[in-house]
Design a binder for this molecule. Sequence first.
Ligand SMILES: *Cc1c(COP(=O)(O)O)cnc(C)c1O
Length: 375
Amino acid sequence: MKKIHMVDVVSEYNKYSEQINERIQNVLNSGVYIQGSEVQQLEQELSVFLNSKYTITCGNGTDALCLALMALDLKQGDEVILPPFTFVSTIEAVCLLGLKPVFVDVQCDSFLLDPELIEQKISNNTKVILPVHLFGQCCNMKHIKLIAKKYNLFIIEDAAQSIGAQCFYNKDAKNMKCSGTIGDIGITSFYPSKNLGCYGDGGAVFTQNKKLAHRIRLLANHGQEKKYVHKIVGFNSRLDALQATILRFKLSILNKSNKKRRKVAAEYNHILKSIEWITTPVESACSDHVYHQYSIILSSNIDRDKFQKFLLNAGIPTMIYYPIPLHQQQPYKHFSNEPLPVSEMLSQHIISLPMHPELEIEQIHFICDVIKKYI
Ligand SMILES: *Cc1c(COP(=O)(O)O)cnc(C)c1O
């Protein structure tokens, strides 16, 4: 049996190395290394794939969040509602721009922002709701959109972990939309381990609004409308052509690899659901799931450290996403004055198992057999 990895970008590369190497060689020969036609074509292909009017690529997902917030012309102290149970980028962008993060806890079955808890946190200063489509499935966007409309708030979707997931507005399939295209602005990351990953840093911003798209494009490229004509204060956050050409190939296999992830999850679910000290991940009724992570909850009587060591000794890596919720992290503690019990519970008892499209059935069965032997 092959060695088990948490994510396995090398096996994927080896499988497609001929096509990818040829693309890389072509870019090297072209002499166009930043932006250029590869980047333009990737943006068009992403727009078609997601059914999004505008796609602007940029340096990474954190920059994408900053660009989205900058584009909305907010003022210092404006409030942004976000979950405490997410990767740190989400709050970094808010704080770097002088905005105030306001935490709303997540649902314990889906790990996603709980729409029922949003309204009580809305103040006169609230300007943005920033839902994070964590681990590969979308938040309840229908509910969140209703709240945003009622209070006249912007929505920025963090779709860094959910690219390719579809969000159901209701049971009518015609109302399905891709994650990242439902709010005013959506963002994603092309970090190598993401579902659509490149071989370096990369990110993108999506919007359906022409003015916002124009502004984001200027912001990401020195405020330039034409070369050396600067319309606004911008900075430099661009995608390079090598990453773009790799992403164009990866995009062509994204549906296939997301499907493979769902198969892996189904196999895990099938075997693990009978173990009474494990809660397998719940698929939301609002969204399909592209399993960026496969995360289980251990009963409170299970020592997670011991369990993790036990698996590691058998050659099975695992990860804790996320061991400390944001409202308990040093730089962000002072933004919260109350417990956020679901995020706190999840950070204590959650553990993510190996999940990637190259995981083989034999490996999944081995992982589950070892888990069954614990206790
Ligand atoms: C990965 C990630 C980001 C940002 O990613 P970069 O590493 O900056 O590209 C933002 N939000 C979430 C939820 C993420 O998982």
